[in-house]
Design a protein around this ligand. Structure first.
Ligand SMILES: [Fe+2]
Ligand SMILES: [Fe+2]
Length: 165
């Protein structure tokens, strides 16, 4: 694909992925405001934007086999944990942006855990094992097997965890 179009496809992918998340948050808000039909509409459009983002992604990259994907996912977590979040954290500290400092530091730590989970999978410790995963809806920490009393990363109570199906 030529450069200009590739850049546009990437921009479109990011925009649609962002819209998907934003619309789901709008839907949650509408639910809280007791407007279930509006929430339903937001979820329907979100689902359509998800189709768009996947369509754009497919023009940029093809999805490889699972072994390759695990390696790619592992490397990507390592990079965000070891390089990208630390850099963004340092800049947020320089700017005295307290919320961004807190969020970046918690997310950086959670990404290290994600890398560990992928490493276990790459070492064949997961494919044959059945476990429950619980995700902290505040910070993204993943509890493997057992629901903790509070989140070890952000301190949220376990009512904030969601079991992954
Ligand atoms: Fe991650
Ligand atoms: Fe958390």
């Amino acid at each position: 694909m030529k450069d200009k179009t590739a850049t546009n496809v990437h921009t479109a992918f990011v925009g649609e992925a962002k819209a998907y998340q934003r619309l789901l948050m709008f839907a949650e808000k509408a639910e809280r405001e007791e407007l279930p039909q509006i929430a339903h509409l937001f979820r329907a459009v979100a689902s359509a934007e998800s189709v768009h983002s996947r369509r754009h992604f497919a023009m940029l990259e093809s999805v490889a086999d699972t072994q390759t994907n695990l390696e790619q996912a592992f490397q990507s977590e390592r990079a965000v944990n070891g390089v990208h979040y630390p850099e963004m954290l340092r800049e947020a500290e320089e700017d005295n942006e307290e919320t961004a400092v807190l969020v970046f530091s918690q997310v950086r730590d959670v990404e290290a855990e994600h890398a560990e989970l992928y490493k276990k999978a790459l070492n064949h410790l997961i494919a044959q094992r059945s476990t429950d995963y619980y995700v902290c809806t505040v910070c993204g920490h993943i509890a493997d097997g057992q629901l903790p009393k509070t989140c070890p990363i952000c301190g949220a109570p376990n009512s904030k965890f969601e079991k992954v199906s």
